[in-house]
Design a binder for this molecule. Structure first.
Ligand code: TYD
Length: 228
């Protein structure tokens, strides 16, 4: 019988050569939250933490992460479009990202840390803009059946506080950042609702605390989830 499980040693006298050990699949970690919730610096800290543990990490973002995805990002962030066009372009960029970067990295044993993934489409397009839930489910089932992040950290913050943070950067706001407060209230609610339905995968982080406190909490979650 052929040995298909690389962890099972071939028995003595087995005529079939033993397949080379495949690397353990990498882990997929995503960061989510409304604009201004402060994910960026925590993503960098998490990548540094994993690297210090000797893990090979690929840091990326959505929409984006590939040459085509970054071109789609430009359109998505700046070009007015129909809500369903927006949702489909988010998933088109994601399809490319998965095929060209995320899946190959995970298969090679590298870990992927991604700024946003499909939970953002649920929160922004379904929650924020009112995209039909069935259409979201269909796109998600088409683009990544059977794949979800191993861990998703949802940065939760009062939209008023987040808006003040975005304004204080002085950077020209994009199409999403220009949305009104009630839009971000709906996005936040959608994130929290989704987190309630996937409590194992999604952890809600109170983002209204000093960065070092948040960093320590993330470190604890990551250690607990992957290293204990
Ligand atoms: P992000 O990279 O977090 O913005 P920034 O670089 O300005 O901090 O995300 C870009 C925007 O895209 C953000 O406002 C959320 C939005 N977005 C969606 O609406 N749906 C999605 O599926 C994704 C991935 C992002």
């Amino acid at each position: 019988m052929r040995h298909t499980d690389p962890t099972t040693p071939a028995s003595a006298g087995d005529p079939e050569p033993r397949p080379a050990l495949a690397p353990a699949r990498g882990r997929f970690i995503t960061f989510e939250g409304i604009d201004g919730a402060g994910k960026s610096s925590q993503i960098a800290a998490t990548v540094a933490l994993l690297q210090a543990a000797g893990i090979d990490v690929d840091q990326t973002r959505e929409p984006g992460g590939t040459a085509l995805g970054e071109r789609l990002r430009e359109l998505l962030l700046h070009e007015p479009m129909h809500l369903e066009t927006e949702a489909m372009l988010m998933f088109a960029a994601r399809r490319e990202h998965l095929a060209a970067r995320i899946e190959p990295a995970l298969e090679a044993g590298r870990w992927v840390v991604c700024d946003r993934f499909s939970d953002a489409t649920f929160a922004y397009q379904v929650g924020g803009r009112g995209l039909d839930r069935d259409k979201f489910d269909a796109l998600e089932a088409w683009v990544h059946p059977g794949l979800q992040p191993d861990l998703t950290l949802v940065f939760d913050l009062d939209p008023a506080v987040a808006a003040a943070r975005v304004a204080s950067t002085g950077v020209d706001p994009d199409r999403f950042e220009r949305e009104q407060r009630d839009f971000f209230v709906r996005v936040r609610t959608a994130y929290l609702e989704r987190a309630t339905r996937a409590p194992e995968r999604m952890r809600v982080i109170d983002a209204d605390r000093p960065p070092e406190v948040i960093r320590a909490e993330i470190e604890r979650i990551v250690r607990e989830r992957f290293f204990s």
